[in-house]
Design a protein. Structure first.
Length: 243
């Protein structure tokens, strides 16, 4: 298995904890960042713009995605333009539909033609992906986030749709396919093997990268030691009657 630094895929850190974001920014293998309103709420963020502006004071080069949150398409457009104005490294996340199921394809096409870099999120099907590809300005970079992890949660192997997404995206060379909702470290290597351009990895999962390359024997021993130490710390005991 190759080392993390040997992979072609770009690893983006997914989270909204400022302290962790700044720490990860120092890592060479972290090539960008993604956030969303759910992660920001969990992190206790109460002022969306203030949070973003503060982050951008420290993250000046690596791309970072901030998401629109209106459910009205016309207001999404206004929010997208505002968010894009916050920094040259900002990518604007646009959901593939609103909560009513209304498509944002026309909006993404309009923003793309204006040179705004969109990260189209919550894509689950090739039909959704192709509809976006058809409207993009070929000169404007765009990220298409396919939710491989959630597709897997439904009992479907996401590798097929991810591989097909990479293949059809070649029609627009400035499009990057992003493996989203990453669940396991192995997903990074799976995404790399099929040519995905980006994978976004939650902060807590990034903590497991130190296990990459570890021998199975060593990992087995660590696991046994962990069980033993936890039982010891908990003070567990079993009274065994001698026969």
């Amino acid at each position: 298995m190759p080392k993390i630094n040997d992979l072609k895929i770009k690893i983006f850190a997914d989270g909204a904890d400022p302290k962790k974001i700044y720490e990860l920014n120092k890592m060479d293998y972290i090539k960008g960042f993604t956030t969303n309103p759910t992660l920001m709420r969990k992190a206790g963020i109460t002022n969306y713009k203030n949070f973003a502006i503060e982050i951008l004071k420290n993250i000046k080069e690596k791309p970072i995605s901030f998401e629109v949150f209106s459910d009205e398409i016309n207001i999404m457009e206004d929010q997208a333009k505002e968010i894009a104005s916050w920094g040259k490294n900002v990518n604007v996340k646009i959901p593939i539909t609103n909560t009513k199921g209304e498509s944002t394809v026309s909006l993404v096409g309009k923003l793309s033609k204006q040179g705004i870099i969109c990260n189209v999120t919550a894509i689950f099907t090739l039909e959704q992906l192709n509809s976006i590809l058809n409207v993009l300005n070929p000169d404007t970079p765009t990220i298409l986030s396919v939710f491989a992890g959630r597709i897997a949660d439904s009992g479907i192997d996401p590798i097929t749709i991810m591989a097909k997404s990479v293949k059809v995206s070649k029609a627009k060379p400035k499009v990057s396919i992003l493996w989203a909702s990453t669940r396991e470290v192995i997903n990074i290597f799976q995404a790399d093997s099929i040519g995905c351009h980006i994978i976004t990895v939650p902060h807590e999962l990034l903590n497991k990268l130190s296990n990459v390359g570890k021998s199975s024997e060593s990992f087995s021993l660590e696991t046994v030691e962990g069980f033993y130490q936890d039982a010891k710390k908990a003070g567990y005991s079993i009274n065994i009657k001698k026969k």
